[in-house]
Design a protein around this ligand. Structure first.
Ligand SMILES: Nc1ncnc2c1ncn2[C@@H]1O[C@H](COP(=O)(O)OP(=O)(O)O)[C@@H](O)[C@H]1O
Ligand SMILES: [Mg+2]
Length: 234
């Protein structure tokens, strides 16, 4: 029998909501347990506008996984725009089958696969091929990175619906960065999303982005629950 290979896809309610931090923390913590983790990100855009003090997503994910950044992603683009537009501007459309094949090649031999999307689930990669189609083609469970504060209930519940509409399993939501002293709004958002979304809601406190910091932060996430569920479905 082939061993189970749990696969987790970190999406978000938006761009800039903490997907990379959640993904890198998850990867670093799993690696600290001695697991071989394949980190994947289909496409990286925005290399022309780096975030000060932080490497681009595929480099941070690669550092967390102990991998080569070139294996993490198939394509990188300079402009900070949606993948489908970045590819169009470059005159090199994204081939869904090539994106999936690259991810499968990266996943081969790994014990766990952790992917990060670009933007949210309905972001196009090519034509009508959306980020959620990519996650479904790779048979990944979905985790949703979301902001803790005002506006997050609607965005998170919309994302849950968009995932379930195509049969994706939502393994959980992560509210990030979770404040040291959450106020009424944050605490209420957490309970409301769990109840209306029928989903488990975890939180991730402010973390540094060194691999050691990420591993420590990732260890606070419900990794065992996520892995057990994804193993059962793999
Ligand atoms: N738990 C956290 N600890 C530290 N910074 C965080 C955390 N969650 C989100 N952020 C910050 O929010 C911003 C966006 O996070 P990032 O992971 O790059 O988002 P995305 O991948 O969704 O675009 C970054 O500046 C990041 O450092
Ligand atoms: Mg990111």
């Amino acid at each position: 029998m082939t061993p189970a290979q749990p696969r987790l896809f970190i999406t978000g309610t938006d761009t800039g909501v903490g997907k990379t931090v959640v993904a890198a923390a998850t990867i670093a913590a799993l690696r600290t347990r001695g697991l071989r983790v394949a980190a994947i990100k289909p496409v990286v855009t925005g290399l022309d506008e780096p975030e000060p003090g932080r490497p681009p997503d595929h480099e941070l994910l690669a550092a967390a996984a102990g991998a080569d950044p070139a294996d993490v992603t198939l394509r990188t683009f300079g402009p900070a725009v949606s993948p489908h537009l970045a590819a169009e501007l470059a005159g090199e459309p994204l081939e869904p089958s090539a994106l999936v094949a690259a991810a499968e090649a990266c996943a081969a031999g790994a014990e766990v696969v952790v992917g990060e999307g670009a933007g949210g689930l309905l972001v196009p990669l090519d034509g009508a091929y959306l980020m959620r189609d990519y996650a479904r083609d790779l048979a990944m469970d979905v985790l949703i990175a979301a902001r803790p504060g005002l506006g997050t209930i609607n965005h998170t519940l919309l994302t849950i619906e968009a995932a379930r509409a195509v049969g994706l399993y939502v393994a959980g939501v992560v509210l990030t960065p979770w404040p040291e002293e959450p106020g009424l709004v944050e605490r209420s958002n957490r309970v409301t999303i769990a109840s209306l979304g029928d989903v488990t809601v975890a939180t991730l406190a402010q973390t540094g982005t060194s691999v050691a910091d990420l591993a420590r932060s990732g260890a606070t996430l419900p990794l065992d629950d996520w892995l057990a569920g994804a193993s059962a479905r793999s």
